[in-house]
Design a protein around this ligand. Sequence first.
Ligand code: PHE
Ligand code: ZN
Length: 849
Amino acid sequence: MKDTTGATIYLKDYTPPAYLVDDVHLTFALAPEATRVRSTIRFRPNPEAAGRDFFLHGEELTLISASIDGTPVTPEVTPEGLTCAVPDAPFTWESEVEIAPARNTALEGLYMSNGMYCTQCEAEGFRKITYYPDRPDVMATFTVRVESDLPVMLSNGNPGDSGPGFAEWHDPWPKPAYLFALVAGELVNHPDRFTTASGKEVELNIWVRPGDEDKCAFGMDALKRSMKWDEDVYGREYDLDIFNIVAVDDFNMGAMENKGLNVFNSSCVLASPETSTDMNFERIEAIIAHEYFHNWTGNRITCRDWFQLCLKEGLTVFRDSQFTADMRSEPVKRITDVIALRARQFREDNGPLAHPVRPESFQEINNFYTATVYEKGAEVIGMLKRLVGDEGYATALDLYFERHDGQACTIEDWLKVFEDSTGRDLTQFKRWYSQAGTPRLKVDESYADGTLTLTFTQETPPTPGQPDKLAQVIPVAVGLLGPNGDEVQPTTLLEVTEAEQSFTFTGLAAKPVPSILRGFSAPVILQRETDNAERAFLLANDTDAFNKWEAGRALARDVLLRMLNEGTRPDPAFLGALSSALADDSLDPAFRALVLALPSEDDLAQAQVDAGRVPDPQAIHEARQRMFDAMADTLHDQLAEAYEVYQVPGDYTPGAQHTAARALTNVALSLLSRRDGGKLAQAQYDSADNMTQQLSALSSLLIAGAGDAALAAFEQQWKHDRLVMDKWFSLQITHAKPAEVAEVTDRLTQHPDFSMKNPNRFRAVFGALAMTPAGFHHASGAGYRLMADWLIQLDALNPQTTARMCSAFETWRRYDADRQQMITDELRRIAARPGLSRDTGEMVGRILG
Ligand code: PHE
Ligand code: ZN
């Protein structure tokens, strides 16, 4: 039985484990319906523990036998685990349990995916494999024996003996159970080698299903670049003889950093020019790096408890962003990170699911793998780095690895390292970890006699459980531009620490235009009285690429809001500013593509709320369409020229330069297709030899209303490829007319290739529905109803993915009374389901508030 009790767990209640583990031996006799797991675990009392109660987690296990030091025992078993009388001295625990991986649809613990066995143990999945103290502060070495007649059997660490029917693995590095992994199946590998800085030879493999061998080369290259980068930039070498990556089709998340055996959602590792878009390549590179970087930030140094999740995730996201910035374009990476931060984390922070980067309580930890923990967690580290400087950061990280290697740590440990190595007091800075909500940073300017005064006022709105907020440390990077566009004050860092605080710049020859929060130096909402002439000036002249883009974005938002609220037509001055940016050949084409992309419908809905209005999803959709049409008309000749000039000749390569050029030509194509009936897009579709070109052509054909033939052809061509078909499912929903979105979604669920059991496919369909606001929030309520119907069905199979997708409803308070009523009715319908999972129950409860 599932635990649906909904008990809340608090950070303040942390106590050290009563018993520690020296080592673990596991034997798996694999069988789909009845796998036997035998464990031998050496326990010893923890001198630092307060009590001596012996408790082992265990869920959905059938206990066959148990013994202590060879003497059979009969533990007391509950749905959550077992207790047993044990000696107050070191002892050896042995047990045998039976589990049924073939019946595991939650994809947590040991499960099967296309005939292959695999595991997912983070956060609390190991307890579905055997009885164990399943908490990250219990670290042990693992020796594993896998028995089956499958050709490939993998686990963590280095390979030991193997022969017909068995394989043994030994992981010499003590680790928490959440990093355990086992994979077995008919797999083929893409092998390679890496020599570490100190000359150690490492065997590398990417394991895939037969047929996917040709999709491994890029991931392997990304892995080797990651290994080298972590040596060069962080001085971190790999520490085992072998590093294995496995691609799995059914996976709840992106990938998992199990020690020496990373398991990937196949969508996050398999890549080929024919089947993957530029965005896929970039994402795969980032995720390979992310999981690899966890080897030090997560595995060698892990988390004391799950409240400290940001210790490994915030830092590792920060590290993978640095890697991508180094491999590709730093400004483009920053801009796209901020777009995603605002779309997901600001949205979360502004609604009922807001929580601190380090939460203080949870019912189900799986619900806290959030944009706040990951992306805001990374922003907090970026701020810390700005405050202590690059050198201070490098010294602190060296001390972190030296002091805490092999330990399970807390945010206090992390901050202490920075305090000890830089001498800085981080007491106030720590509020970034404990206060939820996005600070609003208001700035007022006054200028007189060559002196500019900037006055900042900060305020963080109340969030669930946190009515009052204290002032935070906000690093604000500022530069000043003279009236002719020259930079008169290069970027300087202001530290705002008070609720209200002023800074002055003296000796100025004329009133400057300030460029504030350069590089998005803090995850705040900047509020500044300005006008569109100044925004256009900054878009044209700012030397900081982020703020240059930001100015264009603010301009677009303002113009769109005026179209919505005042009935104005697309602003010619805005179109002129876009035209100048598009014409500026000194700008990275990827940057220009970003300037041409309007704020999303969801951004505009939030902007309406910020302006004190109730967003109308349909009106927002139409205003955006009108603006795109105006861009297509006004910029036509320039777009047509850019489409020609930036075509990438020759064979496809996924590098930054070609990706940038394709980004620009494909934005141009999407606009041109509004006016040519899809002629150009059809030509591109017919000649495309890679997925980036093929998919953007298909998307442009759908924009032109001429996509039916291509959709059918695409399905014929790709029906054998699950990952490509996910794109086919999504695209039809995101491009449907708002009134038809729910209907199209419903129809696609009846397609023979739709399956609830595959999270990628479910997300391709229902993630697309959630990301199509005018359709999802259509006044009929059909979008809400359909989403709720399917979340209810999915919950019975896969609580984790269901719960994550409930965030589709997190913005309900933005909308009008009718929509609020419809959404809360659906949420209550979900909540009322008998047997609803703890995961989904918690999410729905929090969203309803
Ligand atoms: N720890 C994984 C990562 O960030 C994410 C993950 C969490 C995967 C939980 C599976 C389950 O790389
Ligand atoms: Zn991670």
